[in-house]
Write a protein that binds this ligand. Structure first.
Ligand SMILES: [Zn+2]
Ligand SMILES: [Zn+2]
Length: 435
Protein backbone atom coordinates (compact mmCIF):
# COMPACT_ATOMS: atom_id res chain seq x y z
CA UNK A 1 0.00 0.00 0.00
CA UNK A 2 1.51 3.30 -1.13
CA UNK A 3 0.52 6.88 -0.59
CA UNK A 4 2.19 9.99 -1.98
CA UNK A 5 2.05 13.35 -0.23
CA UNK A 6 3.47 16.64 -1.47
CA UNK A 7 4.34 19.62 0.67
CA UNK A 8 5.09 23.13 -0.63
CA UNK A 9 7.45 25.31 1.37
CA UNK A 10 7.71 29.06 0.75
CA UNK A 11 11.04 30.89 1.08
CA UNK A 12 9.81 32.81 4.12
CA UNK A 13 9.31 29.49 5.96
CA UNK A 14 13.06 28.87 6.01
CA UNK A 15 14.14 28.06 9.55
CA UNK A 16 10.74 26.72 10.63
CA UNK A 17 9.78 23.24 11.86
CA UNK A 18 6.64 22.23 9.99
CA UNK A 19 4.53 19.08 10.25
CA UNK A 20 2.63 17.01 7.73
CA UNK A 21 -0.02 14.68 9.23
CA UNK A 22 -0.91 11.29 7.76
CA UNK A 23 -3.11 8.39 8.84
CA UNK A 24 -1.47 5.13 9.88
CA UNK A 25 -3.97 2.40 8.89
CA UNK A 26 -4.82 -0.46 11.27
CA UNK A 27 -2.83 -3.72 11.39
CA UNK A 28 0.40 -2.61 9.69
CA UNK A 29 3.62 -4.48 10.35
CA UNK A 30 6.13 -2.21 8.56
CA UNK A 31 6.26 1.43 7.50
CA UNK A 32 8.72 2.88 4.98
CA UNK A 33 9.05 6.60 4.21
CA UNK A 34 11.07 8.05 1.31
CA UNK A 35 11.31 11.75 0.47
CA UNK A 36 12.64 13.78 -2.43
CA UNK A 37 13.11 17.43 -3.30
CA UNK A 38 15.43 19.56 -5.42
CA UNK A 39 18.55 19.57 -3.29
CA UNK A 40 21.03 20.74 -5.87
CA UNK A 41 20.80 22.79 -9.02
CA UNK A 42 23.14 21.91 -11.84
CA UNK A 43 25.14 24.82 -13.21
CA UNK A 44 26.71 23.84 -16.55
CA UNK A 45 29.43 26.11 -17.85
CA UNK A 46 31.63 25.98 -20.90
CA UNK A 47 35.27 25.92 -20.04
CA UNK A 48 38.28 25.63 -22.32
CA UNK A 49 38.37 22.02 -23.57
CA UNK A 50 34.85 21.04 -22.51
CA UNK A 51 31.92 21.60 -20.14
CA UNK A 52 31.93 21.68 -16.35
CA UNK A 53 28.73 20.99 -14.40
CA UNK A 54 28.77 22.68 -11.06
CA UNK A 55 26.33 21.90 -8.26
CA UNK A 56 24.72 24.51 -6.12
CA UNK A 57 22.87 23.60 -2.92
CA UNK A 58 19.34 24.95 -3.24
CA UNK A 59 17.34 23.33 -0.43
CA UNK A 60 17.98 21.34 2.75
CA UNK A 61 14.96 19.60 4.26
CA UNK A 62 15.26 17.66 7.52
CA UNK A 63 13.16 14.61 8.39
CA UNK A 64 11.59 13.39 11.60
CA UNK A 65 8.57 11.33 12.68
CA UNK A 66 6.07 11.83 15.48
CA UNK A 67 3.76 9.06 16.72
CA UNK A 68 0.02 9.34 17.41
CA UNK A 69 0.71 9.88 21.13
CA UNK A 70 2.82 12.96 20.25
CA UNK A 71 6.04 11.12 21.04
CA UNK A 72 9.09 11.56 18.82
CA UNK A 73 9.75 8.32 16.94
CA UNK A 74 13.02 9.66 15.57
CA UNK A 75 14.80 12.43 13.67
CA UNK A 76 17.48 12.06 11.01
CA UNK A 77 18.33 15.57 9.77
CA UNK A 78 18.78 15.57 6.01
CA UNK A 79 20.98 12.49 6.11
CA UNK A 80 18.61 9.67 5.18
CA UNK A 81 16.29 9.72 2.13
CA UNK A 82 14.48 6.58 3.40
CA UNK A 83 13.53 5.39 6.88
CA UNK A 84 11.76 2.23 8.06
CA UNK A 85 9.88 1.47 11.28
CA UNK A 86 8.40 -1.72 12.74
CA UNK A 87 7.76 -3.04 16.24
CA UNK A 88 11.09 -4.88 16.22
CA UNK A 89 13.40 -2.81 14.01
CA UNK A 90 13.94 0.73 12.84
CA UNK A 91 16.45 2.76 10.84
CA UNK A 92 19.17 4.03 13.22
CA UNK A 93 17.99 7.32 14.66
CA UNK A 94 14.44 5.96 14.98
CA UNK A 95 12.96 3.75 17.69
CA UNK A 96 11.28 0.42 16.92
CA UNK A 97 7.64 0.73 17.94
CA UNK A 98 4.24 -0.81 17.16
CA UNK A 99 2.56 0.96 14.25
CA UNK A 100 -0.42 2.17 16.26
CA UNK A 101 -3.21 3.31 13.98
CA UNK A 102 -4.15 6.98 14.08
CA UNK A 103 -2.65 10.32 13.10
CA UNK A 104 1.12 10.37 12.77
CA UNK A 105 3.15 13.40 11.65
CA UNK A 106 6.14 13.88 9.42
CA UNK A 107 8.46 16.54 10.79
CA UNK A 108 9.44 18.83 7.89
CA UNK A 109 12.52 20.80 8.92
CA UNK A 110 12.86 23.78 6.52
CA UNK A 111 16.58 24.33 7.14
CA UNK A 112 17.42 25.97 3.79
CA UNK A 113 14.86 27.04 1.18
CA UNK A 114 15.63 28.39 -2.30
CA UNK A 115 14.22 31.85 -3.25
CA UNK A 116 11.63 30.18 -5.52
CA UNK A 117 10.47 27.81 -2.72
CA UNK A 118 10.46 24.01 -2.92
CA UNK A 119 8.07 21.08 -3.21
CA UNK A 120 8.88 17.98 -1.13
CA UNK A 121 7.42 14.63 -2.20
CA UNK A 122 6.91 11.94 0.43
CA UNK A 123 6.28 8.32 -0.56
CA UNK A 124 4.67 6.34 2.27
CA UNK A 125 4.64 2.55 2.05
CA UNK A 126 2.47 0.58 4.49
CA UNK A 127 3.02 -3.18 4.74
CA UNK A 128 -0.04 -4.91 6.22
CA UNK A 129 0.15 -7.74 8.72
CA UNK A 130 -0.70 -11.14 7.33
CA UNK A 131 -2.48 -13.99 9.03
CA UNK A 132 0.03 -16.74 9.70
CA UNK A 133 0.17 -19.91 11.73
CA UNK A 134 2.36 -19.77 14.84
CA UNK A 135 2.98 -22.63 17.26
CA UNK A 136 3.47 -22.05 20.97
CA UNK A 137 3.03 -23.27 24.52
CA UNK A 138 1.01 -21.07 26.90
CA UNK A 139 1.51 -22.99 30.15
CA UNK A 140 5.13 -23.37 31.37
CA UNK A 141 7.11 -23.16 34.59
CA UNK A 142 10.72 -22.08 35.27
CA UNK A 143 12.93 -22.02 38.36
CA UNK A 144 10.77 -18.98 39.24
CA UNK A 145 8.45 -21.64 40.74
CA UNK A 146 8.82 -25.42 40.61
CA UNK A 147 10.36 -25.85 37.14
CA UNK A 148 14.02 -26.74 36.62
CA UNK A 149 15.04 -24.40 33.75
CA UNK A 150 15.87 -20.71 33.93
CA UNK A 151 13.96 -18.34 31.67
CA UNK A 152 16.83 -18.28 29.16
CA UNK A 153 17.18 -22.08 29.19
CA UNK A 154 13.44 -22.52 28.70
CA UNK A 155 13.40 -20.07 25.76
CA UNK A 156 16.34 -21.86 24.12
CA UNK A 157 14.58 -25.20 24.65
CA UNK A 158 11.42 -23.77 23.05
CA UNK A 159 13.38 -22.47 20.06
CA UNK A 160 14.96 -25.90 19.53
CA UNK A 161 11.51 -27.53 19.71
CA UNK A 162 10.35 -25.24 16.89
CA UNK A 163 8.03 -23.12 19.02
CA UNK A 164 7.32 -19.53 17.93
CA UNK A 165 6.01 -18.32 21.29
CA UNK A 166 5.91 -19.23 24.94
CA UNK A 167 3.93 -17.90 27.91
CA UNK A 168 5.77 -17.99 31.24
CA UNK A 169 3.27 -18.96 33.94
CA UNK A 170 5.04 -19.60 37.22
CA UNK A 171 2.90 -20.25 40.30
CA UNK A 172 1.96 -16.92 41.88
CA UNK A 173 5.14 -15.31 40.50
CA UNK A 174 4.99 -12.70 37.79
CA UNK A 175 7.71 -11.84 35.30
CA UNK A 176 8.53 -8.46 33.81
CA UNK A 177 7.95 -7.99 30.06
CA UNK A 178 11.18 -5.94 30.03
CA UNK A 179 13.17 -9.05 30.97
CA UNK A 180 11.35 -11.12 28.36
CA UNK A 181 12.02 -8.67 25.53
CA UNK A 182 15.77 -9.23 25.88
CA UNK A 183 15.51 -12.86 24.80
CA UNK A 184 15.43 -13.18 20.97
CA UNK A 185 14.03 -15.83 18.58
CA UNK A 186 10.94 -16.81 20.58
CA UNK A 187 8.11 -14.42 21.50
CA UNK A 188 7.80 -14.56 25.28
CA UNK A 189 4.46 -13.64 26.82
CA UNK A 190 4.39 -12.57 30.47
CA UNK A 191 1.99 -14.50 32.68
CA UNK A 192 1.34 -15.98 36.07
CA UNK A 193 -0.47 -19.13 37.18
CA UNK A 194 -2.75 -17.93 39.95
CA UNK A 195 -2.49 -20.99 42.17
CA UNK A 196 -5.02 -21.49 44.93
CA UNK A 197 -5.85 -24.63 46.91
CA UNK A 198 -9.22 -24.66 45.12
CA UNK A 199 -8.20 -23.92 41.54
CA UNK A 200 -5.59 -22.57 39.13
CA UNK A 201 -5.90 -19.90 36.41
CA UNK A 202 -3.37 -18.33 34.04
CA UNK A 203 -3.36 -14.54 33.72
CA UNK A 204 -1.54 -13.74 30.48
CA UNK A 205 -0.09 -10.58 28.97
CA UNK A 206 0.62 -8.43 32.05
CA UNK A 207 3.23 -8.13 34.75
CA UNK A 208 0.68 -7.03 37.35
CA UNK A 209 -2.82 -8.46 36.74
CA UNK A 210 -3.71 -7.44 40.31
CA UNK A 211 -1.93 -5.69 43.20
CA UNK A 212 -3.11 -7.73 46.17
CA UNK A 213 -1.47 -10.99 47.31
CA UNK A 214 -2.68 -14.02 45.35
CA UNK A 215 -4.53 -15.70 48.23
CA UNK A 216 -8.18 -15.14 48.89
CA UNK A 217 -9.65 -16.59 52.05
CA UNK A 218 -13.25 -16.27 51.02
CA UNK A 219 -15.39 -17.84 48.31
CA UNK A 220 -15.30 -14.60 46.40
CA UNK A 221 -12.38 -14.62 43.99
CA UNK A 222 -14.30 -12.55 41.50
CA UNK A 223 -12.63 -9.19 42.36
CA UNK A 224 -9.16 -10.62 41.51
CA UNK A 225 -10.41 -11.86 38.16
CA UNK A 226 -12.30 -8.65 37.47
CA UNK A 227 -9.25 -6.47 38.18
CA UNK A 228 -7.11 -8.61 35.89
CA UNK A 229 -9.75 -8.48 33.18
CA UNK A 230 -10.09 -4.68 33.51
CA UNK A 231 -6.32 -4.33 33.12
CA UNK A 232 -6.39 -6.37 29.90
CA UNK A 233 -5.15 -9.78 31.06
CA UNK A 234 -6.26 -12.82 29.09
CA UNK A 235 -7.60 -15.25 31.71
CA UNK A 236 -7.42 -19.04 31.30
CA UNK A 237 -9.16 -21.42 33.72
CA UNK A 238 -6.61 -24.24 33.99
CA UNK A 239 -7.10 -28.03 34.13
CA UNK A 240 -10.71 -27.64 35.38
CA UNK A 241 -11.29 -31.39 35.87
CA UNK A 242 -7.91 -32.39 37.35
CA UNK A 243 -8.20 -34.92 40.21
CA UNK A 244 -5.99 -33.02 42.65
CA UNK A 245 -6.15 -29.38 41.48
CA UNK A 246 -9.37 -29.06 39.52
CA UNK A 247 -11.22 -25.75 39.45
CA UNK A 248 -13.74 -25.72 42.31
CA UNK A 249 -15.03 -22.15 42.01
CA UNK A 250 -18.23 -21.41 40.14
CA UNK A 251 -17.39 -20.72 36.49
CA UNK A 252 -20.81 -19.14 35.95
CA UNK A 253 -19.95 -16.10 38.04
CA UNK A 254 -16.39 -15.56 36.94
CA UNK A 255 -15.01 -13.38 34.14
CA UNK A 256 -12.59 -15.52 32.12
CA UNK A 257 -11.62 -15.82 28.46
CA UNK A 258 -10.34 -19.34 27.79
CA UNK A 259 -10.74 -22.86 29.14
CA UNK A 260 -7.69 -25.16 29.30
CA UNK A 261 -9.20 -28.45 28.16
CA UNK A 262 -5.86 -30.14 27.45
CA UNK A 263 -3.13 -30.00 30.09
CA UNK A 264 -0.02 -32.12 29.53
CA UNK A 265 -0.46 -35.63 28.11
CA UNK A 266 -3.99 -36.59 27.02
CA UNK A 267 -5.64 -38.53 29.85
CA UNK A 268 -8.94 -39.04 31.64
CA UNK A 269 -9.06 -35.62 33.33
CA UNK A 270 -8.46 -33.90 29.98
CA UNK A 271 -11.20 -35.94 28.31
CA UNK A 272 -13.57 -34.84 31.11
CA UNK A 273 -12.52 -31.21 30.44
CA UNK A 274 -13.31 -31.68 26.73
CA UNK A 275 -16.74 -32.94 27.84
CA UNK A 276 -17.24 -29.92 30.09
CA UNK A 277 -16.31 -27.58 27.22
CA UNK A 278 -18.63 -29.40 24.80
CA UNK A 279 -21.52 -28.98 27.27
CA UNK A 280 -20.73 -25.27 27.59
CA UNK A 281 -20.67 -24.87 23.79
CA UNK A 282 -23.93 -26.82 23.47
CA UNK A 283 -25.48 -24.44 26.05
CA UNK A 284 -24.63 -21.54 23.74
CA UNK A 285 -21.43 -20.28 25.42
CA UNK A 286 -18.58 -19.12 23.22
CA UNK A 287 -15.51 -19.88 25.31
CA UNK A 288 -12.48 -20.79 23.16
CA UNK A 289 -10.46 -23.80 24.31
CA UNK A 290 -6.70 -23.91 24.80
CA UNK A 291 -4.07 -26.45 25.78
CA UNK A 292 -0.64 -26.20 27.33
CA UNK A 293 2.07 -28.59 28.44
CA UNK A 294 2.31 -27.31 32.05
CA UNK A 295 6.01 -27.97 31.49
CA UNK A 296 8.19 -28.29 34.58
CA UNK A 297 10.94 -30.65 33.36
CA UNK A 298 11.43 -33.28 30.67
CA UNK A 299 10.28 -36.73 31.64
CA UNK A 300 8.57 -39.71 30.06
CA UNK A 301 5.17 -38.00 30.04
CA UNK A 302 5.98 -34.32 29.85
CA UNK A 303 7.58 -32.47 26.95
CA UNK A 304 7.65 -28.76 26.20
CA UNK A 305 4.90 -28.09 23.67
CA UNK A 306 2.97 -31.24 24.54
CA UNK A 307 0.33 -30.11 23.80
CA UNK A 308 0.76 -26.72 22.17
CA UNK A 309 -1.38 -24.13 20.43
CA UNK A 310 -1.54 -23.47 16.69
CA UNK A 311 -2.61 -19.84 16.44
CA UNK A 312 -3.52 -17.83 13.34
CA UNK A 313 -2.01 -14.51 14.36
CA UNK A 314 -1.47 -11.23 12.50
CA UNK A 315 2.13 -11.02 13.73
CA UNK A 316 4.43 -12.60 16.28
CA UNK A 317 3.92 -9.79 18.82
CA UNK A 318 2.55 -10.88 22.23
CA UNK A 319 -0.46 -8.58 21.69
CA UNK A 320 -1.45 -10.14 18.35
CA UNK A 321 -0.90 -13.70 19.61
CA UNK A 322 -3.05 -13.07 22.71
CA UNK A 323 -5.76 -11.39 20.61
CA UNK A 324 -5.85 -14.44 18.30
CA UNK A 325 -6.04 -16.83 21.28
CA UNK A 326 -8.84 -14.80 22.85
CA UNK A 327 -10.72 -14.84 19.54
CA UNK A 328 -10.36 -18.63 19.27
CA UNK A 329 -8.40 -18.42 15.99
CA UNK A 330 -6.59 -21.55 17.07
CA UNK A 331 -6.38 -25.30 17.58
CA UNK A 332 -4.62 -27.52 20.10
CA UNK A 333 -2.16 -30.12 18.77
CA UNK A 334 -0.45 -32.84 20.82
CA UNK A 335 3.13 -31.77 19.97
CA UNK A 336 5.01 -29.09 17.99
CA UNK A 337 5.28 -31.50 15.06
CA UNK A 338 1.69 -32.73 15.44
CA UNK A 339 -1.08 -32.29 12.86
CA UNK A 340 -2.31 -28.79 12.02
CA UNK A 341 -5.67 -27.55 10.86
CA UNK A 342 -7.34 -24.64 9.13
CA UNK A 343 -11.09 -24.25 8.89
CA UNK A 344 -12.68 -21.33 7.03
CA UNK A 345 -15.76 -20.08 5.22
CA UNK A 346 -14.37 -17.26 3.08
CA UNK A 347 -12.93 -14.76 5.55
CA UNK A 348 -14.55 -16.52 8.52
CA UNK A 349 -12.16 -18.68 10.55
CA UNK A 350 -12.15 -20.75 13.73
CA UNK A 351 -13.53 -18.76 16.65
CA UNK A 352 -15.65 -16.55 14.35
CA UNK A 353 -19.39 -16.38 13.93
CA UNK A 354 -21.45 -16.45 10.74
CA UNK A 355 -25.28 -16.46 10.75
CA UNK A 356 -26.54 -19.90 9.77
CA UNK A 357 -28.01 -20.49 6.34
CA UNK A 358 -28.49 -23.80 4.49
CA UNK A 359 -25.90 -23.04 1.79
CA UNK A 360 -22.86 -22.64 4.08
CA UNK A 361 -19.89 -24.93 3.36
CA UNK A 362 -16.84 -25.16 5.63
CA UNK A 363 -13.42 -25.67 4.02
CA UNK A 364 -11.13 -27.83 6.14
CA UNK A 365 -7.42 -28.38 5.58
CA UNK A 366 -5.60 -30.88 7.80
CA UNK A 367 -1.83 -31.24 7.48
CA UNK A 368 0.75 -33.74 8.75
CA UNK A 369 -1.76 -36.57 9.14
CA UNK A 370 -0.51 -40.05 9.91
CA UNK A 371 -1.88 -43.14 8.21
CA UNK A 372 -5.07 -44.15 10.06
CA UNK A 373 -5.80 -40.69 11.51
CA UNK A 374 -9.53 -39.93 11.65
CA UNK A 375 -10.91 -36.43 11.04
CA UNK A 376 -14.08 -35.97 13.09
CA UNK A 377 -16.57 -33.08 12.97
CA UNK A 378 -18.31 -32.31 16.28
CA UNK A 379 -21.47 -30.20 16.41
CA UNK A 380 -23.97 -29.36 19.14
CA UNK A 381 -25.59 -32.79 19.29
CA UNK A 382 -23.62 -34.90 16.87
CA UNK A 383 -20.21 -36.16 15.95
CA UNK A 384 -19.35 -37.53 12.54
CA UNK A 385 -16.19 -39.18 11.17
CA UNK A 386 -15.41 -37.43 7.88
CA UNK A 387 -12.25 -39.14 6.69
CA UNK A 388 -9.63 -41.71 7.57
CA UNK A 389 -6.14 -41.11 6.15
CA UNK A 390 -5.03 -44.04 3.93
CA UNK A 391 -1.39 -42.88 4.22
CA UNK A 392 0.63 -40.09 5.77
CA UNK A 393 -0.26 -36.76 4.16
CA UNK A 394 -2.49 -33.68 3.99
CA UNK A 395 -6.24 -33.53 3.37
CA UNK A 396 -8.54 -30.78 2.06
CA UNK A 397 -12.28 -31.33 2.36
CA UNK A 398 -15.58 -29.45 2.19
CA UNK A 399 -18.30 -29.91 4.79
CA UNK A 400 -21.83 -28.53 4.30
CA UNK A 401 -23.30 -26.96 7.44
CA UNK A 402 -26.59 -28.74 7.94
CA UNK A 403 -27.82 -27.06 11.13
CA UNK A 404 -27.35 -23.97 13.29
CA UNK A 405 -24.97 -24.13 16.25
CA UNK A 406 -21.27 -24.77 15.74
CA UNK A 407 -18.78 -27.11 14.10
CA UNK A 408 -15.39 -28.03 15.52
CA UNK A 409 -12.85 -30.61 14.38
CA UNK A 410 -10.97 -33.34 16.21
CA UNK A 411 -8.24 -35.54 14.73
CA UNK A 412 -7.95 -38.91 16.43
CA UNK A 413 -4.84 -41.08 16.28
CA UNK A 414 -3.74 -44.49 17.52
CA UNK A 415 -0.52 -43.55 19.31
CA UNK A 416 0.41 -47.07 20.43
CA UNK A 417 -0.68 -50.36 18.84
CA UNK A 418 -3.55 -51.90 20.76
CA UNK A 419 -4.34 -48.66 22.65
CA UNK A 420 -7.62 -46.90 21.72
CA UNK A 421 -7.28 -43.74 19.60
CA UNK A 422 -6.88 -40.42 21.42
CA UNK A 423 -7.21 -36.82 20.22
CA UNK A 424 -4.10 -35.62 18.37
CA UNK A 425 -5.74 -32.27 17.59
CA UNK A 426 -8.80 -30.34 18.81
CA UNK A 427 -9.88 -27.19 16.97
CA UNK A 428 -11.96 -24.27 18.13
CA UNK A 429 -15.41 -24.04 16.51
CA UNK A 430 -16.92 -21.78 13.91
CA UNK A 431 -20.28 -20.65 15.31
CA UNK A 432 -23.50 -20.55 13.28
CA UNK A 433 -26.21 -18.80 15.27
CA UNK A 434 -29.78 -18.95 13.95
CA UNK A 435 -30.26 -15.83 11.85
ZN1 LIG B 1 -1.92 -25.70 37.64
ZN1 LIG C 1 1.03 -25.05 35.85
Amino acid sequence: MHKTLTFDIAPNQQGEYLTLPFAMPENMIEFHLTYQYLAFKELPQDVPGGQFIGEERRNIIDLGLIGPDGEQVGASGSDKPTISISARQATPGYAPRPLTSGEWQILVGAYKIAPEGVTVTYDLEFVPKERKLLIGDIHTHTIGSDGVLSLEELATHAYKQGLDFLAITDHNQTVSPKVLQRIPDVTLIPGVEWTHYRGHANFLGLEHPFDEPFFVDSEDIRPRFQTARDRGAVIVVNHPCDESCGFQFDLENLPFDLLEIWNGPMRESNLRAVGLWQSMLAAGKRIPAVGGSDYHRDNLFQILGGPCMGVYSLSNSPEDILAALKAGHSFITYAPKGPSLDMTIGETQMGDTVPWSPDLVVQITARSLNRGDVIRAVSKADSQDLFQAPADGDMALSLPVTEAGFIRIEIHRVFLPGVPPLPALISNPIFFPKS
